[in-house]
Design a protein around this ligand. Structure first.
Ligand code: PMP
Length: 389
């Protein structure tokens, strides 16, 4: 007998046939530059833990200590019983790093984007988003009820053309962009984008998920890297990548933060960030500020691989995310498998996540020279075997 759920099996078949099927892989123990997967030790080029803080003894200790003092959960929404002094300390630390009036922490970066975008715009408003924006910006835009228009990736001419054509028909306008594009590694043209926003009276929300702790002299992100600190904009980021924990944040003017505390449903109607996550992120920010050498090493590691693979089809990148462009999902999966055979963990990134298939490598400050050399040698070997060079 047929059931109302039969379509799910067919949908899964379709996903399989398109080579779009994904599975979780269980990593044993702590994640670092080297991981243990299926009983094998692998060099890890798939982590967002850019500075190696997810397994740093100091962030671990901070989480344990906070759990002892405050317990495992915050037991309620921040506006009811879920607010603690450590939340305030973390938000102050983020605002200080970002040099903004204030900051607010959410349970994840994804929720920070969904909740914030929905507060800023609605049915009478207009959103412009870069075509390659992260899913959380795209879904946030679609859920907000505003009219959503995409502009070509990093293309300010296209953005301006559309601003000229459509801006005046709407009340508020919001421009959304990743600063480091998560699946490509390139950077948004921030200064020009902010100038356009000034001219056409638009708000700007930048997603600093992959920039926080990674870009800029103090690790404050691309806003710092591009010398735009102090300009009026909304900065969102995550505690889950270079900061090594879990949670998201928004930093900006005191009024914006106050407004979000009163209107952001994904902050108001959810339990306050756990003591462990809150304290670990607070400690991670201290380390980001006190140990700039980690950032220097991270970028040096990325440059080493980039320089040694100059003759390959690498996508343009100015961040620790480097992609090797491949012809399709099948080829990307095959490369990923062959790297795995050589002790290297690097995921194939395929449609529908991105428009074109690729291998994506993320680098860490804690990668050692021999890890990087092994990657370069393996890629050359696979390419030669394939007749790719
Ligand atoms: N924005 C970008 C650009 C991201 O890459 C991610 C994480 N993949 C997020 C937002 C969501 O952050 P979180 O993992 O904290 O939910």
């Amino acid at each position: 007998m047929s059931s109302a759920y039969d379509w799910i099996e067919k949908a899964l078949d379709t996903i399989h046939r398109a080579d779009w099927y994904r599975q979780t892989r269980t990593i044993r123990g702590r994640s670092g530059a080297v991981i243990e997967l299926d009983g094998r030790s692998l060099i890890n080029f798939a982590s967002n833990d850019y500075l190696g803080l997810a397994a740093d003894e100091r962030t671990i200790e901070a989480a344990i200590e906070a759990t002892r003092v405050y317990g495992t959960g915050t037991t309620g929404s921040r506006l009811l019983s879920g607010h603690r002094d450590i939340h305030r300390d973390l938000e102050t630390a983020i605002a200080s790093l970002k040099q903004t009036d204030g900051a607010i922490v959410f349970s994840s970066g994804y929720l920070a984007n969904l909740g914030t975008i929905a507060c800023l715009v609605g049915r009478r408003d207009l959103i412009f988003g870069d075509k390659y924006n992260h899913s959380s910006l795209k879904n946030g835009a679609n859920l907000s009820g505003a009219t959503v228009r995409e502009y070509a990736h990093c293309n300010l001419e296209d953005l301006e053309r559309q601003l000229r054509e459509y801006r005046r028909e709407y009340r508020h306008c919001l421009i959304l962009t990743d600063t480091v594009f998560s699946m490509d590694g390139d950077l948004c043209p921030l200064e020009g984008l902010l100038d356009l926003a000034d001219i056409y009276k638009c708000m700007v929300l930048v997603d600093e998920a992959h920039a926080t702790g990674v870009m800029g002299e103090n690790g404050a992100g691309c806003v710092e890297y591009f010398g735009c600190t102090g300009r009026e904009l909304i900065q969102m980021g995550t505690l889950s990548k270079a900061l090594g924990g879990l949670g998201g944040y928004v930093a900006g003017s005191a009024k914006l933060i106050d407004f979000l505390r009163n209107r952001a449903a994904t902050w108001i109607y959810t339990t306050g960030l756990s003591p462990a996550d809150t304290a670990a992120a607070r400690r991670a920010i201290e380390i980001v500020r006190q140990e700039p050498d980690r950032r220097v090493l991270l970028h040096r590691n990325t440059e080493f691989v980039k320089n040694n693979l100059r003759d390959f089809n690498l996508l343009p990148s100015e961040s620790p995310i480097l992609c090797l462009a491949l012809s399709g999902p099948g080829e990307a999966l095959e490369w990923s498998r062959r790297l795995l055979d050589r002790g290297i963990f690097a995921p194939a990134i395929r449609p529908p996540t991105v428009p074109t298939s690729r291998l994506r490598f993320t680098f860490m400050a804690t990668h050692e020279p021999h890890h990087l050399q092994t990657l370069v040698d393996a890629i050359r070997e696979i390419a030669n075997g394939n007749g790719e060079l």
